[in-house]
Write a protein that binds this ligand. Structure first.
Ligand code: ZN
Length: 140
């Protein structure tokens, strides 16, 4: 639905562009997302061929599990990307998009691993583990 989106970390040492659709936003409450974000992650995703880095001097990749890496800014610490090598898409943390994003949060995943200090009260679907939406390689 969105055809030209841009985003960045807070300091601008990582900037990106997506020329193509973005998937609806999925909130991930898993332990990795909790620890790296300080709360939980909300991510969209884009096809690899639609995604381009416009500024990457701050970009650092951390291998978080086999075949999976997380991209963050080593200047300011902003978390931006989740990248599973075998997927045709890259996950982009929705808050890093320049506003308005035009996107909507549609579901929560890994709710079984969420932290104990909050409840999910928005009425959206809550799934244990991964989901169909999160697996989809791009927006509808
Ligand atoms: Zn930065």
């Amino acid at each position: 639905m969105i055809n030209n989106s841009t985003g960045s970390c807070p300091c601008g040492a990582v900037k990106y562009q997506v020329l193509g659709p973005l998937r609806p936003v999925v909130a991930c409450h898993c332990g990795q997302c909790r620890k790296s974000s300080g709360h939980h992650v909300a991510a969209t995703s884009a096809k690899r061929e639609d995604f381009a880095l416009l500024e990457e001097h701050g970009l650092k990749w951390f291998s978080s599990s086999a075949g999976i890496r997380r991209g963050f800014c080593q200047e300011c610490g902003g978390n931006l990307f989740w990248d599973k090598a075998e997927l045709p898409s890259i996950s982009i943390f929705a808050g890093t998009l320049d506003q308005p994003s035009g996107l909507q949060l549609v579901e929560h995943i890994y709710v079984d691993a969420k932290a104990d200090y909050y409840e999910i009260t928005d009425g959206l679907p809550q799934r244990q583990g991964f989901s169909i939406t999160a697996r989809a390689d791009n927006g509808q």
